[in-house]
Design a protein around this ligand. Structure first.
Ligand code: TYD
Length: 204
């Protein structure tokens, strides 16, 4: 089978990591080789960039710097891991991709979706996923889940207005990118995964 690239997107605390593991199991049981990765991160260099981005002490970081660092981490991940894995015929599952930058930096930070898309087209050489699953959860609920677990990173500690604009950004993005499919993520993990399985079965 040809390699496949599946992306999980959604607000903080929407359950991406747990669902990525369930999708992995689903494909492994079917006999596929599967790789999971996360953004920002997934390579040694990208994980170092992640530390810079999420360090709660980096309060002076300019929004353009932030957008470029996310794109830089992504460029490394795409060239070092994602492209080779797809070429090897693997199923690649990524927690977040370009869409996160479009909403968090483009909408949330007001840098503009077109500007952010430009640097990301450059960073990714335009590699597009086969399926983008957008986990839809009320931003306040998601954030509460996250902050109760670990106190939150630099982005999670932004105020609720920022997270609401990220949530609205995801909704707007849907009309621009037909590969995005929304799944209601307010139910239990099992319920959400039942809906995801329908999408996975439809993959060509
Ligand atoms: P992530 O590790 O996915 O956090 P979580 O597990 O809480 O969803 O992402 C870290 C933070 O980085 C998260 O708040 C979203 C933000 N982010 C961006 O702002 N732009 C991006 O391009 C990406 C990939 C993440």
């Amino acid at each position: 089978m040809k390699g496949k690239f599946i992306v999980l997107e959604g607000s903080d605390g929407s359950g991406k990591s747990t669902l990525a593991l369930k999708i992995k199991d689903y494909f492994i049981k079917k006999g596929y080789e599967v790789e999971i990765t996360r953004e920002p991160g997934g390579t040694d260099i990208s994980e170092k960039i992640r530390e810079l981005l999420l360090d709660i002490n980096n309060k002076e970081m300019d929004y353009k710097t932030e957008a470029l660092l996310y794109a830089a981490a992504r460029a490394q991940l795409v060239s070092q891991k994602i492209i080779p894995w797809i070429k090897e015929g693997k199923i690649v599952i990524s927690e977040r991709y370009v869409y996160s930058s479009l909403v968090y930096q483009g909408f949330g930070r007001n840098l503009g979706i077109n500007e952010v898309k430009k640097i990301n087209d450059f960073a990714t050489s335009g590699i597009k996923p086969d399926l983008v699953i957008l986990l839809d959860v009320d931003p306040e609920k998601g954030l509460k889940r996250k902050l109760s677990i670990n106190g939150g990173d630099r982005l999670e500690n932004e105020d609720i207005t920022f997270h609401k604009s990220v949530y609205e950004g995801y909704k707007k993005l849907k009309s621009l990118f037909p590969e995005i499919v929304t799944v209601n993520a307010e139910g239990t993990i099992e319920e959400v995964f039942e809906d995801i399985k329908i999408l996975l079965r439809r993959l060509p």
